[in-house]
Design a protein around this ligand. Structure first.
Ligand SMILES: Cc1cc2nc3c(=O)[nH]c(=O)nc-3n(C[C@H](O)[C@H](O)[C@H](O)COP(=O)(O)OP(=O)(O)OC[C@H]3O[C@@H](n4cnc5c(N)ncnc54)[C@H](O)[C@@H]3O)c2cc1C
Length: 334
């Protein structure tokens, strides 16, 4: 086990903090063994792509590196695939696309691990993992016992799940089983620039491989690559508000964009709100809001977690003052 271990290479914001103790685990049994040391608290680290580290981490950081992709069931048009929690998410998507299995192609190029994917019910381009989720296995950090969660138990919501609420910090997700389609894939093309990009590429009858390629191209053009410039993707969730809030905004901003929700409320893009407050492309010390997408906070090099957190709070305050909308961080701030 490592002590006073730098987490700089293990978070996409590229922030230097240290773990009091650090252990990388490749098997469930390794995890159960390390939990027996009784070191507390325990924090599970995946790809570090949804974490803002603002201070040294006390206790034990367990780095999940449990590999493995296994087909566990085939029936009708379905294939159930059990994937190790430490598998890189995009590597799994590429495996599915290469094997002609549909369902996760819209989630191409999302950084991080499979084990973290249920934590915030990752989503992009009209698909969330809840749409393909069957069950997961997790180890309870207090007892070392293996538990199974079905979809209802995960309480999936928009960038939300049981593992961000009552289950927060209590489990390590060691595998996730997904239900993919073998043929007659349910393609989701209606979101964002997918159809426009496919038309530019002169693709007439897209399949899952073409959709994945289009999404990779769109994402590369819009989002900063963490290898070049530290970031965690969208820093804030898109706020869901009552229609009256939208109408109040519309009196001064007739062009405000919104999406209707099934419960009668509306979702307003956080990036738009932040941009209206003048943050897009604005640099504050070593941090700032990305020039192409204000929702993405970046580390221009050498930023501390405290600096990024201060920027995030300044943005939350200015959006609140101008629009009366309280932004909520999507990124886990530690
Ligand atoms: C450029 C960029 C683009 C992104 N785009 C998207 C996007 O389109 N959609 C989207 O939803 N997200 C997006 N993200 C956010 C991020 O990729 C996801 O949230 C991803 O699931 C995080 O995985 P991770 O392994 O890096 O988790 P980490 O950052 O390591 O951890 C995140 C949280 O999950 C917990 N955790 C991690 N692994 C486990 C586990 N095995 N068991 C229990 N808890 C665990 C951690 O303790 C922490 O609280 C983006 C990030 C970046 C950098």
């Amino acid at each position: 086990m490592h002590q006073h271990f730098s987490l700089l290479p293990f978070n996409t914001f590229g922030i230097e903090v240290h773990a009091q103790y650090y252990e990388r685990i490749e098997q469930v049994a390794d995890l159960q063994k390390v939990l027996k040391t009784g070191i507390q608290p325990v924090m599970i680290l995946g790809g570090g792509s949804n974490l803002l580290l603002t201070q040294d981490i006390p206790g034990l950081v367990v780095h999940n590196a449990i590999e493995g992709i296994e087909i566990v069931r085939k029936f009708n048009n379905k294939v159930w695939v059990k994937v190790g929690g430490g598998v890189n998410w995009h590597a799994f998507v590429q495996w599915a696309v290469k094997n002609g299995l549909g369902g996760v192609e819209n989630l191409s190029l999302i950084p991080g691990t499979v084990g973290a994917s249920p934590v915030q019910n990752i989503g992009a381009y009209g698909v969330e993992i809840k749409d393909v989720f069957v069950q997961l296995e997790a180890v309870a950090l207090e007892t070392g016992k293996i538990c199974r969660f079905n979809k209802a138990q995960c309480q999936f919501g928009y960038r939300d799940s049981y593992f961000k609420k009552e289950g927060k910090g209590k489990f390590c997700i060691t595998s996730v089983t997904f239900s993919l389609t073998q043929h007659r894939h349910r393609l989701q093309l209606s979101y964002g620039d997918i159809t426009r990009t496919l038309a530019q590429q002169q693709v007439e009858n897209p399949g899952i491989a073409e959709i994945s390629a289009a999404i990779i191209q769109i994402r590369r053009s819009k989002l900063p690559d963490p290898a070049q410039i530290g970031n965690c993707g969208s820093f804030f969730k898109n706020p869901e508000v009552d229609r009256s809030v939208l109408e109040a905004i519309r009196t001064n901003y007739p062009n405000v964009v919104s999406f209707d929700l099934p419960d009668g409320r509306v979702k307003i893009p956080a990036g738009w709100l932040i941009e209206q407050c003048g943050w897009k492309g604005k640099r504050v010390g070593n941090t700032g809001a990305y020039e192409k997408q204000a929702l993405v906070l970046v580390n221009y090099g050498g930023a501390t977690g405290a600096e990024v957190k201060a920027l995030a709070f300044a943005i939350i305050d200015s959006v609140w003052v101008r629009f009366g909308v309280r932004l909520e961080a999507e990124v886990n701030i530690l």
